[in-house]
Write a protein of this length. Sequence first.
Lengths: 142, 421
Amino acid sequence: MDEDKKFVQEYEIRGWDFTRAGEASCEIKNLLKDIGVPQDIIRRVAIAAYEAEMNVVMYAQKGKMRCQIDPERIKIVLEDEGPGIDNIERAMRDGFSTATPEMREMGFGAGMGLPNMKRNSDKFYIVSDVGRGTKLEMLFEL
Amino acid sequence: MQEQRHSIRFIEEKCIGCVTCLRACPTKAIRVINGKARVSYEKCIDCGECFRVCPHDAIASETTSYTDLEKFECTIALPSPVLYSQFGHDILPNQILLALKKIGFDYVFDEAWDCELTTDALQEYLDVTEGPFPKISLTCPVVVRLIATLYPNLIKNLVKLDVPRESAAKKFRQKAAASRGISSEKIGVVHLTPCPAKIISINHPVGTDKSHLDGAIAISDIYGRLLEALKDLEEDVILQLSSGVGIAWSISGGEIMGIRQENCLAVSGVQDVIQVLNDVEAGKMNDILFLELLICPDGCIGGSLTVENRHQARRKVRRLIKMFGEHTRVSREMVLRLYKEGYFDLQKEILPTPLKPLDLDRAKAIKKAKQREEILKRLPGKNCSACGAPDCRTLAEDVVLGQAAIDDCVFLSLKKINNTT
């Protein structure tokens, strides 16, 4: 891909920073509106990016969300330094959650995070290293 | 004429080019160019924040004047329930309605009653509607415009019931025409409004081809006449039909007060509404059935065309709710019959009107987004607005779009001057 056609924005996410939680995915959403991405794709990216961002806020010490956009696709990459996921297959199941009661009280932890990200993206990759962190990548074709 | 599409007008002679209005604008629609404020009407959502903050009286609202009514053979007043909160403690809704008759309206109807009807219709609608959730109220025309321009994905969430002022205007125009035996164009139906945005929903309605109202008179414009008329009323008829359920529509939380479904939420104030819409768009509020969103702080009593301060007004409304009760006076059978007849139906689908992207060509838009970031890095980030744009990011965008120059930044130009001398 011609570097000139690509636009990359990176956002820092801090674990347990609930006051700023959701800001990065909101900025990505506004960027996509400025670029004229179709509304339906914006909706899917907004939901998936928000879920991904909240996972970092709730579980990891810190992370980075990168949004890369070119005329053909949007790529969202999240890398965090956190506990990792020991059984990805199980985490991908609807309803599975490791959220604490406090998190649930705040409306999180319905156990739909990862499946929701997968459902809303065209391609979804996840790798995790227990005790070190998780990396996930979501692709949205334009 | 684009100007007519909006409820506010800038008065050039009075504008001194201060940046108060553009800093208050939630959609960043205003710039100061050559010392005068200019509004980009495609971004304006008619919230009236600029009108509210202008220290120089340089922004006027385009409401209907009382004398505009002279052209009609017969006039009907539909006061927003907010009107009931604008007078002293001892003045009750029926007196205010009688005072409206006294100052010359041929018919005066209690719009709060229609709010009460709509409350019941809304209950029915929420029982039968299918997603997407949350459903969002149509009551505030600014919220509808905000969603159509900035959150077009949420158009499907809007409730498909017409607002009380419209359904009431339609009904009473027909009734008056029949009882007077004149054609309906000869009847002028006006809403007495607490905010300038209602005039837009009348002149340029969404959800219908033509509004049933002929205009909207500012509560602040008619206030003096009403005060005079209230002095010696010869009270003879009962015009107030509503209970507290209808009167409550004037405050935030009022629309949901009367409905039995519990899973509802009321939010008011422009920044709070924007934050909630962001959360809805992120899928964070799917578990809520109904959202009442009002742009003015504390609801319609916080409208910029009111007279009483909104805290006093809220106290008055709460007192009226207690006085007239929280039990609806509307018959459920009647509402169900009207509902089935389509009395509450919106006549036209509300269409999204999203803002233009940086460029219609996606590759070019991406390039411009990139340039915007590069320019933003060169700017000082002080968001001082001295350049005429509300903040550095907006200036960067204007530069990319060819609507401003980077040297408009006073800090950068100062640096340049210092470097050359």
